[in-house]
Design a protein around this ligand. Structure first.
Ligand code: ADP
Ligand code: MG
Length: 300
């Protein structure tokens, strides 16, 4: 009997009884009271042409599988570098190595001249590398603004205890102000108070970018930001990326949409089976027989 009850509860009321009551209660929208909050401090940005990211001989093995091997490339300030390759080539793993989500098996990652290899991901984010994930990660029943504000939490000073006692109101207002600023930057100023779960795919991806921007990054890593987007949403995304680049931000971009990558990248690194097949300008990559072979699966 208990087993049956448990199964029925999990199926029909996974959030418990309170969720039914909560749905009937009137919702009061968040009070907009952060307009005059203090702006968050920004870190100094690297000058144009400065090397922001340098990856040297990155290698990652999972047991016997070599997922990433001898990967070398650099990203300069204000550049968009595309990282492409067939499925399973090791692109996401490379992202995870750079952002400290996975420990390196060997190799070195430098950010603005400092060695950041194997630092904890929190520390790497704090130094100015933000990222988005291949699968959108957000809290569906929080508003767009609240989701984006989460991206700024590392820039806050207050700890858990003062947050629980609600002593951090001023800081919270600063974080919300920053979130609104970044949402406007990506063109989502009109959807601040919408529930994140109600957004279409395009705005969801932009939300993720705004949340990453809240970390005040010098380098942005985007893992397949155009996946699942419709034509117009892609155009909006391209517009945002161009604008960020013109503001001096560096972007490392993993993307399957070749038109998009060729359109906005300054340089492209092609990976295959964990190794670097070729690196060059979009024109050089398009002209390369080796790249065609990697994508079409013919002998080269
Ligand atoms: P891509 O993003 O280019 O499609 P990935 O970096 O996700 O490729 O994967 C590269 C290879 O590493 C694949 O063969 C994948 O199965 C393997 N891989 C990725 N993550 C793990 C993991 N956590 N454990 C074991 N194998 C993994
Ligand atoms: Mg991937």
């Amino acid at each position: 009997m208990f087993g049956v009850l448990l199964v029925l509860t999990l199926k029909y009321a996974p959030e418990g009884i309170w969720a039914f009551v909560d749905r009937l209660l009137p919702k009061t929208p968040r009070r907009v009271d952060w307009q005059d909050a203090a702006a968050l401090a920004q870190r100094p940005k690297p000058g144009v042409g400065e090397v922001v990211l340098q990856a040297r001989d990155l290698r990652k093995t999972f047991g016997g599988l070599v997922a990433v091997n001898a990967i070398n490339f650099e990203v300069q300030a204000g550049q968009i570098v595309g990282l492409i390759g067939p499925n399973g080539a090791g692109k996401s793993t490379t992202f995870n190595l750079i952002t400290g989500v996975l420990p390196l098996s060997s190799g070195q990652v430098s950010f603005c001249g400092q060695d950041i290899s194997n630092l904890p991901s929190r520390e790497i984010a704090q130094r100015g590398i933000s990222r988005t994930f291949q699968h959108v990660k957000m809290i569906a029943d929080m508003t767009v603004l609240e989701n984006v504000a989460l991206g700024a939490h590392l820039r806050g000073q207050r700890g858990t205890a003062s947050a629980m006692l609600r002593l951090d109101r001023h800081e919270e207002q600063s974080l919300l102000r920053e979130a609104e600023l970044q949402l406007r930057r990506v063109g989502m100023g009109d959807s601040l108070h919408e529930l994140a779960g109600n957004l279409a795919m395009g705005p969801q991806r932009l939300l993720e970018i705004a949340r990453a921007l809240c970390g005040d990054p010098a380098l942005l890593l985007l893992d397949e930001p155009a996946a699942g987007l419709r034509h117009q949403e892609k155009q909006a995304l391209i517009g945002v990326l161009r604008q960020l680049k013109s503001e001096g931000l560096s972007i490392l971009l993993v993307e399957h949409d070749m038109d998009l990558v060729m359109d906005i990248s300054d340089r492209i690194v092609v990976m295959e089976f964990g190794t670097r097949l070729i690196e060059g300008t979009p024109e050089e990559i398009q002209a390369s027989p080796a790249v065609r072979a990697a994508y079409l699966g013919t002998e080269h």
